[in-house]
Design a protein. Structure first.
Ligand code: HEC
Ligand code: HEC
Length: 494
């Protein structure tokens, strides 16, 4: 079978390595378990919502501000003709970040990262002692498994394709359907599912507690915790390690950093299609080339994806926008692993896919590419992949935590949602006042608040619809869009 990107022989030829008979069996599909609300106990409690909101608000502000500028991108001539200011805006939009959004209550340390890596690679996490996280998220295969849909310990094909773990630190919600609310929360799904690792974090605690080297490693990683080995610390160590899986800089980053000839003319032409008539950057934006939102891109199938998880028909068939980093190493593609090559992916966008009411309006309409344009677009996508087997980035900022300070809240009772942003995203209202959230965007939104004091769901909020929120009393409330979860809104009710 033809795999990989077709025009990039080095990654493709290396893909087969290490994939022979000796591999441990793949565990089964991750369980579709949905937490009812924001996690308040168990491994998930590791992420206080406000700290996550803060870092994601900052990531959003730095990552997606310049989307409007993309409209300026020419669709015909090359990039060199660009006026300097729109080039500067593009650079801001796709520039590499300067910190990893580690949550405040789970800061990274070298000991914790090393412990997380060790657990990630340890088959003792599974009941049978044969399956590790790394069996399916193989570091040699871009932390994916190279299969359309892998097999679990039961031998059954998984329901969905194993995603790569590049840049998961920036993803507000995990899984193709977003059902896990943080990396700390996500861990229990594969560990506990009977078809997958068939174990539990409690089992892992018991096993690790019998091994001196683990006792020492947990003591170093969690010196102030009691007990030191617990479901929570296992989840925290794994999540901290996963946050260091930042894709390394590639030629594209050199171009963004100002090295004008780092990209060839055909690749630049491909980038112009990507940000122009291909409309790819409507969803694939920011350094990781994802807005972390959920969209129906018209792939056939009965999987309802995000819609089933949040009970919102408007989000049926919607799946999380994946990162486009290191794609040359992570074929096949899509939530069902149905597309084998990047050219197949581009042809899918040209065909438009299944026409149904939920199909995203952000997709290009009637995209028609010549042979040359198609290969330019694929050539551009390949510039986001390393030319030798990728290792997690060693940029100095990757292991450091940094937390944003924020400006004071705005005094307003009206919030806009243009371009997948709450604006303003930090507001102060008086107790008893209503907050009005306009949908002045072109997309359906779904405002949610998961809070023990206030469980709020706007339902599908179509363009031009307005919702008003009455808060139960004073306090700070965190709202987000369940379809575009990088949209975060903090409301201080006084
Ligand atoms: C049997 C193979 C398998 C094993 C073992 C496995 N995973 Fe996964 N993983 C998957 C599949 C399949 C998905 C996608 C499931 C979905 O979205 O419904 C996934 C999704 C994820 C995601 C979400 C990524 C994203 O972008 O949303 C993370 C994070 C993850 N796995 C981490 C882990 C960790 C940590 C372990 C070990 C505790 C693990 N996985 C074990 C197959 C596996
Ligand atoms: C409406 C938002 C949107 C637009 C516009 C869009 N994509 Fe996507 N893209 C997604 C989503 C969502 C997925 C995953 C869909 C799924 O698996 O069901 C995806 C998947 C992909 C993948 C597969 C990645 C992987 O790891 O599986 C590639 C490659 C890709 N898109 C490239 C493009 C290109 C090139 C364009 C422009 C022609 C484009 N996308 C336009 C949202 C979008």
């Amino acid at each position: 079978m033809r795999r990989g990107v077709g025009t990039s022989p080095s990654p493709r030829s290396l893909r087969g390595e290490g994939r022979g008979e000796g591999r441990p069996p793949l565990a089964a599909q991750t369980a579709a378990r949905r937490p009812g609300r924001w996690p308040t106990g168990g491994p998930g409690e590791g992420l206080p919502w406000h700290s996550a909101a803060r870092v994601f608000a900052l990531a959003a502000a730095t990552g997606f501000l310049a989307i409007a500028a993309l409209a300026l991108w020419p669709t015909t001539d090359g990039v060199r003709a660009q006026p300097a200011n729109s080039l500067a805006m593009l650079r801001a939009n796709f520039a590499r970040p300067t910190f990893v959004p580690h949550p405040a209550d789970n800061p990274p340390t070298a000991a914790k990262i090393a412990l997380g890596k060790r657990i990630f690679e340890d088959v003792e996490l599974s009941a049978t002692g044969t399956v590790a996280c790394a069996s399916c998220h193989d570091p040699r295969l871009g932390f994916a498994d190279g299969e359309p849909r892998g097999k679990g310990v039961t031998g059954r094909r998984l329901v969905r394709h194993t995603p790569s773990l590049w840049n998961v630190a920036w993803s507000p919600l995990l899984f193709w359907d977003g059902r896990a609310l943080s990396l700390e929360d996500q861990i229990r799904f594969p560990v506990e599912h009977p078809d997958e690792m068939g174990s539990s974090l409690e089992n892992a605690v018991a096993r690790f507690s019998r091994r001196d080297s683990y006792l020492r490693a947990f003591a170093q990683a969690f010196p102030a915790d009691s007990p030191q080995i617990s479901p929570r610390t296992i989840a925290q160590a794994l999540a901290t390690y996963e946050r260091t899986l930042v894709s390394p800089p590639t030629r594209f980053d050199r171009w963004i950093a100002g090295e004008a000839d780092a990209l060839k003319p055909s690749e630049l032409a491909g980038f112009a299609i990507f940000t122009g008539k291909g409309r790819c950057s409507n969803c694939h934006a920011g350094f990781a080339f994802t807005d972390h939102g959920f969209y129906d891109i018209g792939l056939p199938g009965s999987d309802k994806g995000r819609g089933a998880d949040i009970g919102l028909p408007a989000a049926n068939h919607a799946f999380k926008t994946p990162t486009l980093r290191e794609l040359a190493w992570t074929a096949p593609y899509m939530h069902d692993g149905s597309l084998a090559t990047l050219e197949d992916v581009v042809r899918h966008y040209e065909s438009g896919g299944v026409a149904r009411p939920t199909r995203s309006r952000d997709l290009p309409e009637n995209l028609a590419l010549s042979e040359q344009e198609r290969s330019d677009l694929v050539a551009f996508l390949e510039t986001l992949s390393s030319e030798t087997p990728p290792q997690p980035s060693r940029e100095p900022w990757v292991n450091a935590a940094e937390f944003a300070s924020r400006a004071p809240p705005a005094d307003t009772t009206v919030v806009s949602q243009v371009n997948k942003h709450f604006h303003p995203h930090y507001v102060r209202v008086r107790s008893g006042q209503l907050l009005t959230v306009l949908n002045d965007d072109t997309r359906t939104h779904n405002v949610r608040i998961y809070d023990p004091r206030f469980d709020y769901n706007s339902g599908a909020q179509e363009p031009r619809e307005t919702v008003t929120i009455r808060f139960p009393g004073p306090g700070t409330f965190e709202a987000f869009c369940a379809i575009h979860p990088s949209m975060r809104l903090t409301v201080v009710v006084e």
